[in-house]
Design a protein. Structure first.
Lengths: 479, 246
């Protein structure tokens, strides 16, 4: 008996965006704005909850990168408790975050972005999705899906579940790792690594035909923020905050997570629920916050670090820097940076799993509430993530501030939309391939809103074209 | 020679069985493997018939009876499953879910919660009533335990176990109706209670995530309500006497 399931409308959290493009009197693009129209309110409804519940509660912020929230939240909890977490827990948290980076980057590259890269920006929209890739490049699609599955398995092995895992807690992790689980993960590393290397070779081979996209998908100077360790090596868990500028010069370094408010301000935009964090020292009270624009995520992390810290990833980084001219200023290169990070993740996971300390049964420190404030920072796949909690004497939340990677890229995403609009829009009509390029320019940042809408192959997107008086000339909608 | 316990004939869901004189319909049913959902009832404590989940139909009686507080009588005919009973039980559960903040996914008792279990067993897959979403202050002032009134269903197991088994009577229900709430030591923070012995029986008895151990993260709380019946039996020296009889 035929059975039809209809899902209509498709409206998921963090999945809705709007772009407004304004033309001047001459008909040229004057401004372009990217609006996020969803409101979540986590910072309000977490108030009053015990700090021990916060990792699982805030993990619900994102179904794609819950581990990043688990880690940032658990670290804020560690700080509130004054907990010195056991060595095995440090290793397990790192492996879980590497699994998170692998699965999310695999999703971004293979499921979301490869349709544009492999099938072409102008390909039929009905075919330009992951199913089209499956038809055209079945082996690549299969490998990409298996790579993501591997990352999810790592998360499940350590934290208990693939999505919204309960196993990363203030004080460490909930459960130790068994030798069998460790061996199983090690057995699967080689394939994951090979998949990333193959994808890297494929991507580099495509670059020559994409000059116009490279120079219009967010190619402008900005600051970059990421974690690095004391030697300047790429870090995703631990290390310290570092800002570099578009020349690679270190602007601020060795910033302790707890001091982030001295360096990062948060501006509220009248037309978007997404806040716009900026680099505070460059923005005076009445300045345009764009003066303090900085980017986070794979592009930023590779600009911030001196080396990746593992041989094959460092080889890939050297080739990347040669092509990008040292510091990569085009957000298009974020696709490349993601693949290098997956290579680094597989290499570094092998090292972490080879250390028998990871099997130690002592994985959780306990303690009383001993500090009124705790800040946790982790590198989420999309960039640096901050959780800042203030608690009362009993550990109940009094104030919560979360700075999410997608928010920190907000100013740069707006600038990217403007750059693409100026490069590609000519007159009041917006052809579909241009709409697709606007979408792809936003997607290069891998924002959470694309994560939550990838399943139908296209991000729900509305583009409004306004004239100088604000009247709508035309509109294109998707989703 | 062991004393013979008097029995009475009873029919539950059309099956004839022998009930022990003086026991309740719920005890008899469970002894014979008949499932009647309940929440406020806990073996070892006095029944209050408060949650009404265990209501059953008794032949020739128009009123529904709480099985936990109804003593068996000779030739009693009891029905534990009917469309009316299922409908009432679902409504009761929906009201409980609507009245508090029972978000299983982020609850310390997720996966080991009697309210969650009984909702699944009774087929409660959605709530038809408007969610009240109360903002009740969590009491984490006790060094060992946490009380989250948002997850409390006012079953009063904690009140009874503290009064009847521990003898401390720390817990009480304050106010009436919609405003009813649990309080410790006449409405002082639990951590300031001078009567609490820190025994943890209230936490062990709690059917939801309302009472938990300090430091519990989501899904980590495991209550041990069965220990109450065990304690009661131990205090009556039932086991030692049984051993002596052997």
């Amino acid at each position: 008996m035929p059975h039809t399931v209809t899902i209509d409308p498709v409206s998921r959290i963090e999945g809705h965006a709007k772009v407004t493009i304004t033309l001047d009197d001459a008909g040229s693009v004057a401004s372009a704005r990217f609006h996020v129209t969803e409101f979540r309110g986590f910072e309000a409804f977490c108030v009053g909850r015990p700090v021990w519940e916060m990792p699982s509660l805030t993990a619900r912020t994102c179904g794609i990168c819950p581990v990043s929230h688990l880690l940032a939240s658990a670290k804020a909890g560690d700080a509130v408790m004054g907990a010195h977490i056991p060595p095995a827990a440090v290793l397990l948290r790192r492996v879980a975050n590497l699994g998170q980076i692998i699965q999310s980057h695999a999703l971004s590259f293979f499921h979301l972005s490869s349709p544009d890269l492999l099938l072409g920006w102008d390909a039929d929209p009905a075919r330009r999705n992951v199913f089209g890739v499956m038809a055209a490049e079945p082996d690549l699609a299969r490998r990409g899906i298996r790579l993501r599955s591997f990352g999810q398995s790592v998360i499940e092995a350590i934290a208990g579940r693939k999505v919204h895992s309960p196993g990363i807690v203030p004080g460490g992790v909930a459960n130790p790792m068994s030798a069998e689980t460790r061996d199983d993960l090690r057995d699967r590393l080689a394939e994951a690594h090979a998949t990333a290397q193959n994808a890297l070779t494929l991507f580099v081979g495509l670059l020559d035909g994409l000059d116009r996209e490279i120079r219009s998908f967010g190619d402008f100077p900005s600051l970059f923020l990421g974690l690095a360790n004391d030697e300047g090596v790429w870090a995703h868990d631990g290390g310290h905050l570092r800002f570099v500028d578009a020349t690679g010069a270190v602007v601020a370094d060795h910033i302790d997570a707890a001091d982030y408010r001295d360096w990062i301000g948060e501006a509220v935009q009248h037309d978007s629920y997404l806040k716009s964090p900026y680099f505070k020292p460059l923005v005076d009270r009445h300045d345009d916050v764009n003066r303090g624009m900085y980017r986070v995520g794979p592009l930023a992390r590779l600009n911030v670090c001196a080396t990746m810290g593992s041989p094959l990833a460092d080889e890939a980084l050297a080739a990347y820097r040669e092509r990008a001219g040292g510091i990569a200023t085009s957000s298009f290169f974020a696709h490349w940076a993601r693949l290098i990070e997956v290579i680094a993740a597989t290499e570094q996971m092998a090292t972490l799993l080879a250390d028998d300390t990871i099997l130690d049964p002592m994985v959780r420190a306990t303690g009383r509430i001993s500090h009124p404030r705790g800040v946790g920072v982790s590198e989420a796949p999309r960039g640096t993530l901050f959780h800042d909690y203030t608690v009362d004497e009993y550990g109940l939340l009094e104030h919560v501030n979360m700075i999410i990677a997608t928010g920190q890229n907000n100013l740069a995403m707006n600038a990217t939309v403007l750059q693409i609009a100026r490069e590609w829009i000519d007159g009041p009509d917006i052809p579909e391939p241009v709409l697709n390029r606007i979408e792809a320019g936003i997607r290069a940042f891998d924002p959470c809103l694309s994560c939550s809408t990838h399943a139908i192959g296209q991000m729900p997107l509305a583009v409004e074209l306004l004239d100088a008086s604000g009247a709508r000339i035309s509109e294109r909608r998707r989703g | 020679m062991a004393e013979r316990v008097p029995t009475v004939p009873i029919t539950i869901d059309g099956v004839e069985m022998e009930a022990t004189a003086g026991e309740t319909v719920l005890q008899c049913a469970r002894r014979h493997g008949v499932d009647i959902p309940s929440l406020c009832f806990l073996e070892g404590l006095s029944p209050v018939g408060g949650c009404r989940l265990c209501v059953v139909e008794v032949a020739e009686d128009l009123r529904l009876r709480p099985a936990c507080a109804t003593t068996v009588t000779s030739d009693m005919e009891v029905t534990t499953q009917s469309s009316r009973l299922r409908s009432y039980r679902r409504s009761i559960l929906e009201l409980l879910f609507a009245e508090g903040n029972h978000v299983c996914a982020v609850c310390v008792s997720n996966g080991a919660c009697e309210l969650q279990d009984v909702a699944v067993r009774c087929g409660m897959d959605h709530v038809r009533y408007e969610l009240q979403a109360p903002r009740r202050r969590v009491d984490a002032s006790h060094p060992r335990y946490v009380f989250d009134p948002n997850r409390c269903i006012l079953c009063t197991r904690c009140v009874r176990v503290c009064d009847e088994i521990e003898g401390a009577h720390v817990w009480d229900v304050a106010h009436r109706g919609h405003g009813a709430e649990l309080v410790t030591d006449l409405h002082r923070p639990w951590g300031e209670s001078t009567s609490c012995t820190w025994c943890g029986k209230c936490v062990a008895s709690c059917p939801t995530g309302a009472l938990s151990h300090q430091g519990s993260s989501v899904g980590e709380m495991r209550h041990t309500p069965d220990m109450i019946a065990w304690l009661v039996a131990a205090r009556r020296r039932e086991w030692t006497e049984r051993e002596a009889r052997r």
